[in-house]
Design a protein around this ligand. Structure first.
Ligand code: KG4
Ligand code: ZN
Length: 353
């Protein structure tokens, strides 16, 4: 009998719920994005986010269950992100999960959001999920070198088995997604910044070059210096601050494209090189790219181009926050016999590895 898991994700500004069978087969995946709500402020406003989760949770739940073809009574496990993330947002999802688990009398599994991002790689692929017939051509085996790049994290983790992680590198200041968002603000682009920077720099061969912070021999990252260099360049070119910009719209757009392209290249270059370095040093058998920034087309292309090893990257919609990755991760926790009671609390600073 397959194990059907409901995954609830409300750690930031997406109310996302999915049903996943055996940690692999996605039966439904509903995502209510709050982007329009927050874009007027240029970033996520925590209080606004948690209120919107409360409004969206029940309709998203109904849609996720209905479109899965199952009934509530067919669910075997309820899983939910309990950290890291925004406290007021996490608590809405956790309370909903507890209520469903209690009323249906089925187990509750608390999932680390970062581990969830990694498990997006197991959805609908041949990675070994514990199924009887994993596809060996798509399953390099452990250890796997993982880059998680999101709005709050840029971590290099060695995954030595299910649930077994070693944190080998991390950002010392801004996260990659945060850097994309701040850069987009400097360039007068919308929120979230990553997709905007990717859009305007598509097909552009930038004539500018921004610095790379290599952080010596370490596997750590630093992105705040690149952001400051971008700011100085935008000032020097006359497009920042916007109210002092005396250039025409065409000329401004050309400079924005050029700088966006240079910024994206700088981040892609550092993240790809560090992931390759880690994979080699720790003799990884494959690479996993995860988190919202893994949706970036240039990053996906560059890592695939550089890697001599198999690279597993979820489709873009499963790189950004979703409930399916939470349910996929919970499947392995459930199989390991992990148990969580109704006393489970949120942990906004929950680490991984
Ligand atoms: O994983 P995620 O959806 O939420 C967090 O856990 O933080 O990541 C959101 C981040 C945002 O900073 C957003 O700008 C970035 O992922 N992002 C991208 C792209 N799509 C989303 N960054 C670069 N290129 C993209 N295509
Ligand atoms: Zn995330």
């Amino acid at each position: 009998m397959p194990i059907n898991i409901l995954g609830i994700e409300t750690s930031c500004d997406e109310t996302a719920i999915a049903v996943v069978s055996d940690g692999k087969r996605m039966l439904s995946n509903i995502i209510a994005s709050q982007v329009d709500l927050h874009s007027q402020y240029g970033g996520v406003v925590p209080e606004v986010a948690s209120r919107q989760h409360v409004r969206d949770l029940v309709p998203v739940l109904e849609q996720a269950v209905d479109s899965s073809g199952l009934k509530m009574k067919d669910l075997d496990v309820i899983s939910v992100t309990y950290g890291p993330g925004l406290a007021g947002s996490l608590i809405t999802g956790l309370n909903a999960a507890k209520a469903i688990s209690f009323s249906l009398g089925i187990p509750l599994i608390g999932v680390n959001h970062l581990e969830g991002h990694i498990y997006a790689s197991w959805l609908n692929t041949g990675l070994n999920t514990g199924l009887d017939n994993p596809d060996p051509s798509q399953d390099p085996g452990f250890p796997l070198a993982c880059l998680i790049a999101s709005g709050g994290h840029t971590d290099l983790l060695l995954m030595e088995g299910h649930g077994d992680y070693r944190l080998l590198g991390r950002t010392r200041d801004d996260a990659a997604g945060e850097a994309f968002d701040k850069a987009a603000r400097i360039l007068g682009l919308g929120f979230p910044g990553g997709p905007e920077i990717q859009r305007v720099s598509h097909g552009v061969t930038s004539t500018e070059r921004l610095p790379r912070a290599w952080m010596g021999d370490t596997l750590d990252f630093s992105f705040s210096g690149i952001k400051t260099a971008l700011l100085h360049m935008a000032q020097a070119k006359g497009i920042y601050p916007p109210d002092r910009n005396e250039l025409g719209p065409e000329e401004t757009a050309e400079i924005v494209r050029n700088l966006a392209g240079a910024f994206q290249e700088s981040l892609v270059d550092v993240m790809s090189a560090k992931l390759m370095k880690m994979a080699k040093k720790y003799r990884a058998k494959g690479l996993i790219l995860a988190g919202g920034v893994a949706a970036n087309a240039r990053l996906r292309e560059e890592i695939t181009r550089l890697s001599p090893l198999p690279v597993i990257i979820p489709p873009p919609v499963l790189c950004t926050d979703n409930g399916a990755m939470i349910a996929a991760c919970a499947y392995h926790q459930f199989k390991r016999g992990e148990q969580f009671g109704l006393e489970l609390d949120i942990d906004p600073g929950l680490p991984l590895g």
